[in-house]
Design a protein around this ligand. Structure first.
Ligand SMILES: *[C@@H]1O[C@H](CO)[C@@H](O)[C@H](O)[C@H]1NC(C)=O
Ligand SMILES: *[C@@H]1O[C@H](CO)[C@@H](O)[C@H](O)[C@H]1NC(C)=O
Ligand SMILES: *[C@@H]1O[C@H](CO)[C@@H](O)[C@H](O)[C@H]1NC(C)=O
Ligand SMILES: *[C@@H]1O[C@H](CO)[C@@H](O)[C@H](O)[C@H]1NC(C)=O
Ligand SMILES: *[C@@H]1O[C@H](CO)[C@@H](O)[C@H](O)[C@H]1NC(C)=O
Ligand SMILES: *[C@@H]1O[C@H](CO)[C@@H](O)[C@H](O)[C@H]1NC(C)=O
Ligand SMILES: *[C@@H]1O[C@H](CO)[C@@H](O)[C@H](O)[C@H]1NC(C)=O
Ligand SMILES: *[C@@H]1O[C@H](CO)[C@@H](O)[C@H](O)[C@H]1NC(C)=O
Length: 502
């Protein structure tokens, strides 16, 4: 009996630990306000190849849900503002939407959030009053099919919900929104759903460059901004904006609601008076953001608090109205090439300019993993030789690298060429987990060796890095250690239980 109790206890503890140890996640927003984007199937391939594991959608498009079925990518889907009236009016509307448009694709499409309404306080046709009734109907529909614990319901907001955001400790919700915000906060607290916010330090900088330094907006500041009320020190605007929300929530006594950043990013191109919209700044912002989040450093007001963020956006979207920057938030061009390099694991030293030093053993190569399936390899080769911009002429019949004529060899040629051309970062060798880095000459295939040395010696030797990453224990390492310890303990208990039964 006692060991049975211990077992239950240990399992519960492990589950809590896994939840705590999940760490902040980094997703990407898949906006589709464009007429030149690849098909959802192609996008699913691209997302897998770049190791993106979380995606935010702005609707619940069936083609997209189908394309992401069985990819393991977690999806946040949306009820757009235009559907709020129908969703708030009749429960039956929501029930049939769930039954006909969502459940047929679930759980193959791994939906974990439904956002109901999009930045309603900025919507010209005041739909705010409809949001909470619609959220309640969505939750009721989920309860009927027993999915309310697996799929969370919330709504996204702009920082315009606040009437004050500086200093962070003075953060306060605009009281004109109280009529719908108060019931919404009660809903979120009751259902352990996060408060979703879209944050843009870019706009804060663009709109008052004299008050805000670019470094502060890009997480690069060496000085700190002090909050006179709390004495907390801020080194970047992102943290300051998040804390202003935490203080606004605390002021209304909602202390348990977590904040989730459903959009943030930096444009890579802008109009003449948007000088800060450059690929370098976009890469710097997003790279620093990812490191900040992966690392679970939290914010000054909530140190160590894990934060989930979604980067806006996957693609440049040519149909977005407004200034030039509006159409240039993407990580990828519509032809699927990268606007700049970005590593979603936050582990590699991303960006060729930031790479330093060589690995102790010298050059590294990227080759096809022996575990990869034929179809995965073929897809990856097609990608590398197509959108990846690798010159694959050498592996065509009768060309020097055609022999040995097998997929693994051709894939290794394509992977390695891409890897060397893209800064030899870990992420440039991911290929959806089908590429592996080696530091021994892949002697079975001269072509890989030739590619490395032949194309450009200087580039290769100076960009080979990452033999070892930072050695300081991050929270995730500590967590992994504790988890393995508890797993061992758990197995011991289970074995004892088995013995006791006999
Ligand atoms: C929006 O509608 C609500 C109730 O329907 C009303 O209380 C509020 O004042 C309206 N807000 C604006 C900005 O018109
Ligand atoms: C609060 O919201 C109202 C309605 O949208 C708006 O008119 C007002 O300017 C806002 N106040 C502040 C301080 O932002
Ligand atoms: C910018 O700074 C000036 C002077 O320090 C101040 O008057 C102004 O209110 C500030 N603007 C913003 C948007 O903070
Ligand atoms: C985590 O981030 C903080 C602040 O961004 C930084 O000071 C710290 O060195 C980082 N730790 C690791 C292990 O990267
Ligand atoms: C990177 O390289 C530059 C120039 O070689 C050097 O000045 C700098 O100290 C290096 N940085 C690190 C972190 O090794
Ligand atoms: C290698 O770099 C040198 C000097 O930067 C350049 O002249 C040459 O064309 C490059 N070779 C190739 C194959 O790109
Ligand atoms: C790296 O590049 C610099 C010039 O950018 C060059 O002087 C140096 O020799 C290179 N290092 C190696 C190991 O080739
Ligand atoms: C990286 O590895 C080399 C050789 O294995 C070692 O000498 C060096 O201290 C390591 N650097 C870090 C930061 O762990």
């Amino acid at each position: 009996m006692a060991s049975r109790f211990k077992l239950v206890f240990a399992v519960c503890f492990l589950l809590l630990l896994l939840d705590f140890c999940r760490g902040g996640i980094v997703g990407v927003c898949y906006g589709r306000n464009a007429d030149d984007l690849p098909t959802p199937d192609k996008v699913a391939e691209l997302v897998k190849l770049h190791n993106i594991k979380y995606l935010r959608l702005y609707d619940s498009n069936i083609q997209v849900l189908k394309a992401f079925a069985n990819t393991g990518v977690e999806l946040m889907i949306a009820v757009p503002n235009s559907d709020l009236l129908a969703f708030s009016q009749f429960q039956s509307n929501v029930d049939s939407w769930l039954k006909n448009s969502i459940l047929p694709y679930y759980p193959a499409a791994k939906i974990t959030y439904i956002t109901v309404g999009l930045e309603v306080t900025d919507n010209p046709d005041n739909v705010s009053a409809l949001v909470v009734p619609a959220m309640k109907n969505v939750l009721t529909a989920l309860k009927k099919v027993g999915l309310h614990k697996r799929i969370k319901v919330s709504s996204t907001h702009s920082l315009g919900v606040l009437s004050r955001s500086f200093p962070p400790s003075a953060g306060a919700f605009n009281s004109s929104h109280a009529y719908f915000l108060k019931p919404m906060l009660e809903f979120l607290a009751e259902n352990q759903s996060p408060f979703m916010i879209d944050l843009y330090p870019y706009y804060a900088y663009r709109d008052s460059p004299n008050n805000v330094s670019l470094d502060y907006a890009l997480f690069e500041s060496s000085s700190e901004v002090i909050d006179p009320n709390t004495g907390l020190l801020y080194t970047n605007m992102f943290d300051a904006q998040i804390d202003s929300l935490y203080f606004a929530l605390m002021a209304l006594n909602f202390r348990t609601i977590k904040v989730m950043v459903t959009e943030t990013g930096w444009p890579s191109k802008g109009s003449l008076n948007e000088k800060a919209a450059t690929p370098d700044n976009a890469q710097t912002y997003n790279m620093n953001l990812i490191r900040h989040v992966i690392n679970d450093s939290g914010t000054p007001a909530k140190p160590g608090e894990e934060l989930d963020v979604y980067i806006f956006s996957l693609f440049n979207e040519n149909r977005k109205p407004g200034l030039e920057s509006e159409r240039n938030w993407g990580l990828f061009y519509p032809d699927q090439t990268s606007v700049y390099n970005l590593d979603f694991t936050g582990k590699a030293a991303v960006g060729i300019s930031s790479l330093n030093g060589t690995s102790s053993s010298g050059t590294t190569w990227c080759i096809a993993s022996s575990k990869a399936s034929e179809s995965e390899l073929q897809n990856a080769v097609d990608w590398a030789c197509g959108p990846g911009n690798v010159d694959c002429s050498a592996i065509q019949p009768s060309q020097p690298c055609f022999e040995p004529d097998n997929l693994a060899s051709h894939a290794s040629f394509a992977f390695n060429s891409y890897y060397q051309q893209n800064g030899a970062t870990d992420v440039a060798c991911s290929f959806g987990g089908n590429g592996i880095k080696v530091d021994k000459d892949p002697s079975y295939d001269n072509c890989i060796y030739l590619t490395t040395k032949g194309i450009n010696k200087t580039m290769t030797s100076n960009t080979t890095a990452m033999a070892n990453s930072t050695s300081s224990s991050t929270r995730s390492e500590v967590c992994a250690w504790i988890a393995s310890y508890f797993l061992t303990t758990l197995m011991t208990i289970v074995m004892n239980l088995g013995n006791a039964a006999f």
